[in-house]
Each structure stands twice: as C-alpha cells, then as structure tokens.
Design a protein around this ligand. Structure first.
Ligand SMILES: *Cc1c(COP(=O)(O)O)cnc(C)c1O
Ligand code: SF4
Length: 353
C-alpha cells in the first residue's frame, strides 16, 4: 500500500521529485506548513486507523493508487468525523471500490487540455487569460480530480524553464490575466512564488493575477506573512480562487486565513465540484454557500464533474444539478449562488448548464 516512510509531497505522478522545488532553500528553517506536508497521511491503513474505521466498513480499490496515491493532511483529517465511513471529507480522499470501474466514455484527458498546451505547462485556451501549471504537486489527492492523469512530469520545474511561457505571454498583448494553477501553485515555497510573480509583473499588459489553490483549505498555515506581503505589494489585481466542496472543510483556522487574505487586498472566490454523496443536496450546498458568503468568499463556479477515468461514480445528473441551483436561487442572495458549469473541450469559455 504506498510508501509510508517517504517524506515526499503528494505528486500526481507518484515518483516526481518535487522536493527540489519545495525544499529549495535548505538553509531556511522548515515552516509549519512544510512540516504538515511531511506529517501527512499517505496510506489507506493509516487513515482508517486515524478515523477509527475497520476495513469491513469501507470499499477499497488499489487500482488508482500507483499513479495517484492516497495523500491527505492531518488538518483536513481532523475535520472528519471518527467512525463515519460516509463522512463527506473522508470520501473525497478514500479510494473506493468503484474507482476500478471503467465506464465507456470516460477519458484520461477529459477536458481536452493536452491540445491547448501551446508551451509545456501553459494553457492558452480562453481569450485574455492563460493558465500556468506552476506546480504538479498538491497537498491533498482528491479522488475525483480531473487532473489526475495530467503529464505533470513534462511541465517545467525550474524558473529558467518558464522562459518560453513568459515569452509567450510577453508577445501577446491580449493576455491580461495570468492564472497560477496546477496541481497547486501554493505547493511552491514563497521565494519561488515571488520569483514567478515578479516575472509576471514585469510584463506590462498583464493586469491581473489569479491563484487557484486548495492549499489553504488543507493547510491553513500556508497563508504565511511572506505570502501576504507579496500579494499586498503586487501591482497586479489579485484574485484568489479557493476550492471547497463541503461546509465541514471550513474551520476557524481556515476562516482566519481567509480573513488575512482579504485584509491583504485579495478578492476571494470559491469553486466547488458537484459530487454524488458529498454535496449533491440543497441543504449541503446551501450551508456551504452561506458559510462562504459569511466569510466574504463569493461562490464562483459549481463544476459538473469531468468524465475522467475512474471517477464516474461521482457524477450527478445534470437535471438534478439544475433543479438544485433553481431551488438555491430562491433561498440565497444572488451573489451566493454560483454558476453551474461544464468544461467542454472546444468551447471558448466554461459552459453554463
Ligand atoms: C477554467 C479555465 C480558465 C479560467 O476560466 P474562467 O472562466 O475565467 O474562470 C482559464 N484557462 C483554462 C485552460 C481553464 O480551464
Ligand atoms: S482537485 Fe485540486 S487539490 Fe485536489 S488533487 Fe486535483 S488539482 Fe490537486
């Protein structure tokens, strides 16, 4: 079952050496969030033990674990209910038996991303925005993830290797926004991130920086003073898109980190994925969106699941999704209801359902 004694960060390719990025400053003291990564849970056995669950209480598939091992931080696990095999946070990281089902129509590259990679690690699919794969690593492995089959090992890992991406952005004045994504861009250390952001700031026609990250959710202490200063001091308008699927993912520590980002002048949005058995009910979505707007995080997108191999058991029928959104509109302020969208390979934008 996986390598419990390894201290490597979660990586989509299992064997990718991301430590070079994460621990590039070996003379610096290890930060609290890096300690969290080292102490993360990496084996099914360890997770069951932590949650006081018996093997007989869960279904299990080993099939996806070689490419995409179990990986979850203790902070995230601490918000799961002990002894509950149906806990909505547990189910997001647990390799269920259904993962081994292959359903006709499932694709490895479900959203046709490989075709829009002009430069390795840079996706220029929509007008005015480019998406930079800043890191292939994540601090949690979400079993439904559409990026789980992405060839991160072919993406740049060093700043020098980003040169082609920066050249592409600099040569195209229509690009006004750079989206740092991944994997998770906040799995980079602050010094690397700062270098990356400086490079982007040097391109005059870029006006906005967007960061897509789930890291503050699984390790709230990732919102360091250095990071806050970097974002506050940037000439770019900074938008931060969190990824939270269930209200139980939000605890006080995450609330504090969100408040700090807000005070640093960062605008906050959230994207969620509609997942069967996790958040596919009006009350579940209502409590998530309500909690988010109370924290001044605007629900941005609710994604219809991408048809990725090994994840079809999560899919929610679109008609049911639409009906839930209609119901939510009658219950919440307009800004509390996200756009329900699907990513279609050939479309120039996310498609509202
Ligand atoms: C989703 C996505 C974006 C951002 O789209 P918005 O609608 O602006 O949030 C940009 N590039 C790619 C490749 C995407 O998949
Ligand atoms: S959903 Fe986000 S955080 Fe989770 S595995 Fe995928 S890229 Fe990483």
């Amino acid at each position: 079952m996986g390598n419990s004694d390894s201290v490597s960060l979660g990586s989509h390719t299992g064997n990718e050496s991301v430590e070079r990025l994460i621990y590039s400053q070996s003379d610096r003291p290890t930060l609290r969030w890096q300690e969290s990564l080292k102490r993360a849970i990496r084996t099914p056995k360890e997770l069951l033990k932590e949650l006081q669950l018996e093997e007989a209480q869960v279904t299990f598939s080993h099939k996806g674990l070689d490419d995409f091992p179990l990986f979850v931080t203790r902070e995230f696990v601490s918000r799961m209910k002990r002894g509950d095999s149906q806990d909505p946070l547990f189910l997001q990281v647990w390799p269920q038996g259904a993962e081994s089902q292959v359903v006709p129509g499932d694709l490895k590259d479900a959203v046709g991303e490989l075709g829009s990679q002009a430069i390795p690690g840079l996706l220029h699919k929509y007008q005015g925005r480019v998406l930079l794969i800043a890191s292939g690593a994540c601090a949690i492995h979400c079993r439904y993830c559409f990026r789980r089959h992405f060839p991160y090992d072919q993406s740049p890992k060093d700043l020098a290797q980003w040169d082609k991406a920066f050249q592409h952005i600099a040569a195209d004045p229509t690009i006004e926004e750079v989206i740092l994504s991944g994997g998770d861009p906040l799995s980079l250390v602050d010094t690397k991130l700062q270098q990356l952001i400086r490079k982007i700031e040097q391109i005059p026609h870029v006006k906005r920086l967007r960061i897509h990250s789930r890291l503050p959710v699984v390790i709230p202490s990732r919102i360091t003073t250095e990071l806050l200063e970097m974002l506050r001091g940037s000439r770019l308008a900074v938008w931060f898109v969190l990824h939270i699927n269930h209200v139980n993912e939000i605890d006080d520590e995450l609330g504090d980190s969100i408040a700090k980002l807000r005070l640093a002048g960062v605008s906050l949005l959230n994207q969620a994925v509609l997942l069967r058995g996790i958040n596919d009910s009006v009350p579940a979505l209502e409590s998530l969106f309500t909690k988010l707007i109370d924290l001044q995080v605007m629900p941005y997108y609710l994604h219809q699941l991408d048809r990725v191999e090994g994840a079809s058991h999560w899919e929610v029928d679109r008609e049911r999704g639409r009906a839930m959104i209609r119901e939510l509109r009658a219950r919440l302020p307009g800004y509390g209801v996200p756009l329900y969208v699907k990513e279609e390979a050939a479309e120039p934008h996310k498609t509202p359902l």
